[in-house]
Design a protein. Structure first.
Lengths: 184, 58
């Protein structure tokens, strides 16, 4: 039976971080096992198609290398997601430079991360526009009224001449179609 | 890509993306998002949609 002060799967993230800072390598293993699956899913949701395992591993390397900057007022997983997102942006910047270094480097000179963020955001927005445009007219109308205009299902039903329940179904079908179009 | 089984939380994601939730509800959804990659992904999609169509309408 494990001693109370030894890391185990029931230890909180903060306890494991404290153990790792104290030199206990087993604590890092527990943290990786706990958060790696969510990080892999998150990478996929950001459009990462290849090297997901490598991205997850690099995320932990970065995280453990700067664990002193983790503040307990946010969750460890949220902090890891932030690191992973930045890492993916870094990788895309490198890939893009390999393909078209001159133009991008000129833009990077002053606002490196802003420029990269913009490129990635534009690509993602183009993909999402295509996905929404592929919805049926009614689905698209319901979806955008809910997401962009913030209307309740009751209000949407009044707008499109439907029922509240039907509006809810159209919204969730549309969301599923958009996610499948983006991430599958 | 799957859907979270917690319908209440999923239904609050559009309002979270829009920034219109009250503080207490927002805290509950934030807490759920910590352990739910499905909802985190759906929230990312909602933000993308908002950004995409806000830009187009500029």
């Amino acid at each position: 039976m494990a001693k109370d002060n030894e890391p185990n799967e029931d230890s909180t993230d903060l306890e494991l971080i404290a153990r790792w800072n104290a030199g206990d390598e087993r604590a890092a293993t527990y943290l990786v096992e706990r958060h790696a699956p969510a990080l892999a899913r998150f990478a996929a949701s950001l459009g990462q198609r290849t090297d997901i395992e490598e991205v997850v591993q690099d995320t932990f390397v970065r995280a453990f290398g700067s664990i002193e900057s983790f503040r307990a007022d946010s969750s460890l997983r949220t902090w890891l997601f932030t690191i992973e997102r930045r890492l993916i942006l870094d990788r895309r910047r490198a890939e893009r430079r390999r393909k078209d270094d001159a133009a991008v480097e000129e833009r990077d000179a002053a606002t490196e991360f802003d420029a990269l963020d913009e490129i990635v955001a534009e690509e993602a927005q183009t993909r999402v526009r295509r996905a929404v445009e592929q919805l049926s007219r009614l689905q698209r109308e319901v979806f955008l009224l809910r997401v962009n205009e913030g209307l309740s299902y009751k209000e949407i039903a009044e707008v499109v001449g439907s029922t509240e329940g039907a509006a809810r179904v159209h919204y969730h079908n549309a969301m599923r179609a958009v996610k499948e179009s983006l991430y599958v | 890509m799957s859907d979270c089984a917690n319908v209440e939380m999923r239904e609050l994601l559009p309002e979270l993306a829009a920034g219109t939730l009250d503080a207490a509800t927002r805290a509950r959804v934030d807490e759920h998002l910590v352990d739910c990659a499905d909802c985190a992904s759906e929230l990312e999609t909602l933000r993308l949609v908002r950004a995409a169509f806000a830009n187009r309408n500029r």
